[in-house]
Design a binder for this molecule. Structure first.
Ligand code: CTP
Length: 408
């Protein structure tokens, strides 16, 4: 498995825009994720950035028009185009987009684009007026109809000093779209996966809440890993400040009850539910409408149980058959396997991911996690210390196998 970018041959075309500096960042990120990135700079791109910059971040040759007229020129563009898994043009100027829409081929990048049969992602960058011009819009429509993925541009400060729509998207966002395109044919293609993440908030009064320390990181890593395998992902998130993985449909909730209704709605036809959220078990019986004042002394906050979402979903599944696979998470501070096993059975799960929250390198805020996987068949697998993304990959591989076992 691994992220869908790993070992992929990506051609990065760079055209003349002030946003060229973002191309260096993008190429660096892609290379760090294991892609083999070959860059092609147009004449005007070289006014903003040099082949040396690109070569330095990718560790591979950066091509220019001089190569088109070199000894190997007649086969270079064909070789680059045929061997590529993906062609990305970022930044893409109005001129290059127009050439592509018309099939013009007058420099190394445009001949390569015409010869390429791999998916194509473009990130336009230009002044607001050039972007909104009917000619540019018509060219973009033509490209869209040919299944080109167009990312951005976004609104913001432009090189002209004015503000408008024309800014190239930020590299991390483009990276998310590149992941999505490369994951399209992944093993979870056409699967709908629902992930919950983060803690919940149970209000005491308009200011105070009962919450927990969940960071949401494991849930967000699960959502990213599912997207990386080609799944369609609903991410139901408690109040956490994490960037939504590109392609996930995020549904924000606060309380356990809100999370329950969002999960019901999302799992009606879902293949799997991955319940990574740390749901509050209790909530105040009375929520004070006014802020509780200090003068009234320490308040007595009486609690009542919240609904157990997994138990409710088990009932839904017994009636409708959805979600087809249910995965729970158990945060334990003692008797890890025994306690997780009890939850696996009582919540009628296919799989439970148990983690020991007393360790510093595992659990809530950590970047890594140390988990054991328990299956409904009674298997226990202790995984080594891994990043939360790696844990997510293992869990999703299990989910894929469970769906397959169910004859799906
Ligand atoms: N869970 C749930 N609804 C709740 C509480 C928990 O669906 N109201 C889910 C969690 O998302 C997790 C699993 O149940 O996938 C186990 O959560 P955990 O907090 O470890 O266990 P609890 O059932 O809450 O039991 P305890 O807190 O006593 O350990």
């Amino acid at each position: 498995m691994g992220n869908p970018i790993k070992s992929k041959r990506i051609l990065l075309g760079i055209t003349g825009s002030i946003a060229c500096y973002k191309a260096a960042d993008l190429a660096s990120k892609l290379s760090q994720m294991g892609a083999l990135v070959d860059t092609l700079l147009t004449q005007s791109a070289q006014q903003f950035i040099t082949p040396l910059t690109m070569q330095s971040v990718t560790g591979r040759k950066a091509y220019t028009d001089a190569d088109l007229w070199g000894q190997e020129g007649h086969v270079l563009h064909i070789g680059l185009a045929y061997n590529a898994d993906l062609l990305v043009i970022a930044p893409a100027t109005a001129n290059t987009l127009a050439k592509m829409a018309q099939g013009l081929a007058d420099n190394l990048l445009s001949v390569t684009a015409l010869a390429a049969r791999c998916p194509l992602v473009v990130a336009p960058a230009m002044d607001g007026g050039m972007y909104s011009h009917p000619a540019t819009q018509a060219n973009l429509d033509t490209l869209r109809k040919r299944s080109v993925t167009i990312v951005g541009p976004v609104e913001g400060h432009l090189a002209s000093g004015q503000s408008g729509v024309g800014r190239m998207v930020e590299p991390y966002e483009l990276l998310g779209h590149i992941r999505l395109v490369l994951a399209r044919e992944g093993p979870l293609k056409k699967r709908k996966i629902v992930v919950t993440a983060g803690g919940t908030l149970e209000p005491i009064d308009p200011v105070r809440v009962i919450s927990n320390r969940s960071s949401g990181k494991q849930g967000f890593a699960l959502a990213q890993a599912a997207l990386d395998l080609g799944a369609e992902v609903d991410l139901i998130a408690g109040p956490v400040q994490l960037e939504t993985p590109v392609g996930a449909r995020r549904i924000n909730v606060n309380t356990a009850e809100e999370m329950l209704s969002a999960v019901r709605e999302a799992t009606r036809q879902a293949d799997a539910l991955l319940m990574a959220a740390a749901v509050a078990d209790f909530k105040p019986i009375q929520v004070s409408e006014q802020k509780i004042k200090k003068e009234s002394g320490p308040p007595r906050v009486e609690l009542e149980p919240t609904p157990d979402i997994l138990t409710e979903i088990a009932e839904q599944k017994s009636i409708s058959g959805y979600p087809k696979v249910t995965v729970g998470f158990a945060a334990e501070s003692q008797k890890l396997i025994v306690n997780a096993g009890v939850k696996l059975t009582s919540k009628k799960l296919d799989l439970i991911v148990a983690n020991d929250i007393t360790r510093e390198d595992a659990g809530f805020a950590a970047e890594t996690n140390l988990v054991s996987l328990l299956t409904a068949q009674g298997d226990v697998e202790n995984l080594p210390l891994m990043s939360k993304y790696e844990v997510a990959e293992v869990v999703l591989e299990r989910v894929r196998a469970l769906l397959q076992d169910k004859g799906e």
